[in-house]
Ligand binder design. Structure first.
Ligand code: SF4
Ligand code: SF4
Length: 236
């Protein structure tokens, strides 16, 4: 009996120690580290004492860059244009098939315009795999960090996100995915350099071709030119 009592007391002692250390840590944080380190990260550090869990929803964990929840569409904030060309690759690779896209159509020619007229994602079906973002060739769809999207009302109206709800400026994407954004800028720069080099090479090749054609034409002209007329005989 006495052994059992000691164990309970020991357990309560551990709880009490953590309880007190939680406040001791808070005072340390307020006194020395305020503003330096986000509180939830400090809480999750195994070297800390006291409470080790995050006090959600009062506190929020800082998400790592590659954390993924529901996808969002990216708008070019410089031009105001959607990056999405409505190619449909994301809808094709989506395992639970929860993306629907309607292409824009030119009202006169009736030909497809590379921009989505409608874009829907059923977030209650999305399994957060990130395939859509991985496969998009235009960096037009990215995975969001916002996981607080639950709704108590109608699933069809609240959880099927339309284009307006999905669209975010690229500055938002740059803010939550800084490494991915830096990679995109590098890719863009490399693409531009490649295009410039190709254009310069084309100009040089065209100039070479024109010069060769001009040389050929002048040689042909020399070859086919009539021989000079003999001088007229002197008058008798
Ligand atoms: S988000 Fe990307 S993959 Fe999906 S339709 Fe738009 S451009 Fe294509
Ligand atoms: S994250 Fe996966 S399941 Fe969700 S929309 Fe993209 S491809 Fe589909």
């Amino acid at each position: 009996m006495s052994l059992l009592g000691t164990g309970i007391l020991k357990g309560l002692g551990v709880t009490l120690k953590h309880f007190i250390q939680t406040y001791a840590e808070d005072f340390k944080y307020i006194g020395k580290k305020a503003g330096i380190e986000p509180r939830p990260l400090r809480r999750q550090n195994p070297a800390n004492h006291g409470m080790v869990t995050v006090e959600y929803p009062r506190e929020h964990m800082v998400m790592p860059e590659n954390f993924r929840y529901i996808p969002f569409l990216v708008k070019d904030s410089a031009t105001g244009e959607d990056k999405c060309t409505s190619c449909g690759i994301c809808a094709k690779v989506c395992p639970p098939q929860c993306i629907w896209i309607v292409r824009t159509e030119d009202p006169v020619t009736k030909r497809p315009v590379p921009a989505p007229k409608e874009f829907h994602i059923d977030t209650s079906v999305c399994m957060n795999c990130g395939f859509c973002a991985e496969f998009c060739p235009f960096d037009a769809i990215k995975m969001d960090h916002n996981y607080e999207i639950t709704s108590m009302s109608n699933r069809q109206t609240e959880l099927v996100f339309d284009k307006d709800r999905l669209m975010m400026p690229d500055t938002y994407h740059a803010g939550i995915h800084p490494a991915d954004w830096a990679r995109e800028l590098e890719d863009k720069k490399a693409d531009e350099a490649k295009k410039k080099a190709a254009a310069e090479a084309k100009v040089a090749a065209d100039a070479k071709k024109a010069a060769a054609a001009a040389t050929g034409a002048s040689a042909a002209a020399t070859k086919t030119a009539p021989p000079p007329k003999p001088p007229a005989p002197p008058a008798q």
